[in-house]
Design a protein around this ligand. Structure first.
Ligand code: AMP
Length: 424
């Protein structure tokens, strides 16, 4: 594919399998909900701090933050097809080989033949299982063989959209497909210019796609291949109206693919409304959190919270680490504190420009830094290999957010460590 955007390669691998030594030190019964509120100032104290604009926190019992990783020897998936069995353009097969993919993953093995037959597909799979190639390979084949076809891929976050773009680029190299990446934090002007070249592939986040629809710069009725990635996350993030608006504008003669880690009634309703007799493929095995060793770290007042974090970060098994904190300000402040203590750290949150966020991720990927402090939204969809630790410096708003946070580690058959900080 051709694009004016820059591309980075990405891969997912696993991490350490050691259990953390931060055992709970007191009974959990009777803990009050407000004890898990973020701290208003400093890093100690137990002062609950209701923040203007922040979502109300769901009570999560501390026992749910503690679980040993299950290192089960899963039987390796034996695909029915080899990549060569798929009736796709030679160029794509060459690009797959160049990427070093030897055999299809389960979701690819089962989804690609259906998409090549022109069917609508609902793919239920955990993150990190090869979903992107499952739709990108047949999509690119479709675009190469039908010059009047155009595809739009919708993803919840800028980072995920960028990663999908990178992956599509590598499968479509040399195929002459022009693309545009429509994400927030990047110049509307440059995106408008990319759209004027009539890209065959558009990848974007719901909000920015909506902006282009409103400005009349994205002729959605010309798009007849639609992919929704991480539908569950998009609905969690409140994008239902934007998605409905987008899907009702694309060509009615279209092929639609939906990918989600979970299937709930609201997702089923959306799919029912916007698909045509879809075939469901589910390759979901257990929960992603099973591969993450989870524990809590209790802290008391003063600087104890930061000191405890310091101890975790200098422990021998701590490699690449994502630390979640609650607000843009607290993320900035924690990043500064850790930097002052000599850690190699960067921050991502919603006030950073897309270029700054991409640069921070790139620095983490290339080992220039090993700690990324992030807010939930900024960290969604991050695909960085070898994340050994996820640290919840502030507790997540919901268990669902917790699962998404700790899913950044323990990927691709490996185990990782998640530590959640709780006030004593
Ligand atoms: P995804 O779930 O699409 O984000 O993919 C997770 C990671 O697995 C990415 O780094 C992919 O490049 C990689 N990957 C996907 N499919 C395969 C495959 N068949 N063989 C080897 N690696 C793969």
């Amino acid at each position: 594919m051709q694009s004016r955007n820059s591309y980075q390669s990405s891969s997912r691998r696993g991490s350490s399998d050691e259990r953390s030594s931060y055992a709970p030190r007191q009974p959990y019964a009777g803990q009050r909900r407000d004890r898990y509120s973020p701290q208003g100032s400093g890093y100690g104290g137990g002062r609950p701090s209701p923040r203007g604009g922040a979502r109300a926190k769901q009570f999560i019992h501390p026992s749910r933050f503690i679980q040993a990783a299950t290192v089960t020897e899963k039987a390796e998936y034996v695909p029915v097809h080899s990549f060569a069995d798929f009736d796709v353009h030679r160029k794509i097969l060459d690009n797959i080989a160049l990427k070093g993919f030897e055999k299809p993953s389960a979701i690819q093995d089962q989804t690609i033949p259906l998409v090549l037959q022109g069917k609508d597909v609902v793919g239920i799979a955990n993150t990190g299982t090869g979903k992107t190639a499952a739709f990108a390979i047949p999509m690119i084949h479709d675009l190469i063989t039908h010059m009047d076809h155009r595809a739009i891929i919708i993803a919840p976050t800028r980072e995920l959209a960028q990663q999908i773009m990178d992956e599509c680029f590598s499968f479509g190299k040399g195929c002459g497909l022009r693309s545009a990446l429509l994400i927030g934090g990047s110049s509307m002007g440059l995106q408008r210019r990319d759209l004027r070249y009539n890209p065959r592939v558009v990848i974007g986040t719901p909000g920015r796609i909506k902006d282009h629809i409103q400005q009349g710069t994205l002729p959605l009725s010309l798009f007849n291949f639609v992919v929704l990635d991480e539908v569950d996350r998009m609905l969690d993030m409140g994008f239902i109206n934007d998605i409905t608006g987008i899907l009702s504008r694309v060509s009615p003669q279209r092929q639609s693919l939906f990918f989600s880690a979970t299937m709930e009634p609201r997702i089923a309703n959306l799919i029912k409304q916007f698909s045509n007799e879809p075939t469901t493929v589910s390759t979901k095995e257990g929960s992603t959190v099973d591969s993450v060793s989870q524990d809590v770290v209790y802290y008391s007042g003063g600087n104890d919270k930061l000191d405890k974090l310091h101890d975790v970060l200098i422990a021998g098994d701590c490699g690449k680490t994502i630390i979640f904190d609650e607000t843009k300000r607290s993320v900035e402040r924690l990043g500064r504190e850790l930097s002052a203590r000599g850690f190699k750290v960067d921050e991502i949150h919603g006030d950073k420009s897309q270029a700054q966020r991409s640069r921070a991720l790139q620095r983490l990927k290339s080992d220039e830094i090993n700690i990324l402090v992030a807010t939930d939204v900024a960290a969604r969809g991050i695909d960085v290999s070898d994340i050994t630790h996820v640290i919840n410096f502030s507790t997540p708003n919901s268990y669902d957010d917790y699962v998404h946070r700790i899913g950044r580690t323990g990927r691709a058959g490996k185990t990782g460590i998640a530590l959640t900080f709780l006030p004593r």
